[in-house]
Design a protein around this ligand. Sequence first.
Ligand code: MG
Length: 392
Amino acid sequence: MPAIENLQKSSIAVFGSTGSIGTQALDVARFHKIPVDTICAARSVKILENQIREFKPRVCAVFDESAAKELKTLVADTETKIVSGKEGVCLAASETKADIFLNAVMGMAGLEPTLCAIKSKKTVALANKETLVAAGKIVTAEAKKNRVSIIPVDSEHCAIHQCLCNGRKSEVKKLILTCSGGSYFGKIREDLENITPTEAVVHPKWNMGRKISVDSSSLMNKGLEILEAAWLFDMDIDNIDVVIHRESIIHSMVEYNDNAVIAQMSVPDMHFCIQYALTYPERYPGITEELDFSKVANLSFYKPDTKTFKLLDLARYAGKCGGVIPTVMNAANEAAVSLFLDNKIRFLDIFDSVCDITMNYKNIDLSKELTMSDILFADFEARRLIFEHFSK
Ligand code: MG
């Protein structure tokens, strides 16, 4: 279906523009002719140059200083202003003229730009779940204070956001997150001994970045999503269930107090979720194909195996502890996954080290207010503990 020409179009900022979600967000922008005010990435100079030439953003922020220098020379003939470093990135997030700030930065690096955008009263479309896991309390409090909406981009949370329109908050009994089960559904611990990074980054249903694909294989991703949902929808962790759904057609569900279950279905394609977040509360003609029920032969559901995939329960534990324990779990996982992707540790080492460090970390005093410096210190410590754990 062609895009509608006369719809009111907000302009967007895309942070993490060269990654999987970022490039798909620009596909949506191209399809619907949505103006792109700002882009930002870590260092992929060549891709950024192409994006600048195509979308003509006002500003492009680059984390890496030397990459920024190189890019500046490459696009000297354009009108795009290049800013660099952590400061430049935060400034670009604060000063963007976009109506919607899409954060698709990978990992904890997305936290400060999100806070800058919220303080500048931008609507946030959030694909960076680590932001909410590590600092959900601070991010949601800032959003409330600044009257800023956070629209989820993650497919499960995008689904729940839609399902929640069918009743009042007080009528919601539970949220049910669906989970594809990743690449190793049905496997037991012994089967996971020799998995290589090349194998772990292949996902059966979704096309995603390397870190999130490993998280999907270990089910850490679903654990992070439980905490993300708890903050986004202000739900108790005990009222958030996970069900394995291999076909990835139902993207999540909401159960109401009368036991009615509302599910959202669509083909598994992140373009849909990105478009929903960028156009909400409107619905635009779809960039993704329609669901063909004649091709969906079966919808199957299973209980997750939390004995083998123990990071799922670890996330519940961390969420219930509160304080900095979720921050520690998130940082330990980021560090362990990066060591695994560099072939330095085994797949199962991620499970064991992240559990070990999270369970043994001394939490902050919960009677005191959680601060950004508590979060940043815990994040730093957890990464250090992971490296120490593997350098023994
Ligand atoms: Mg997801």
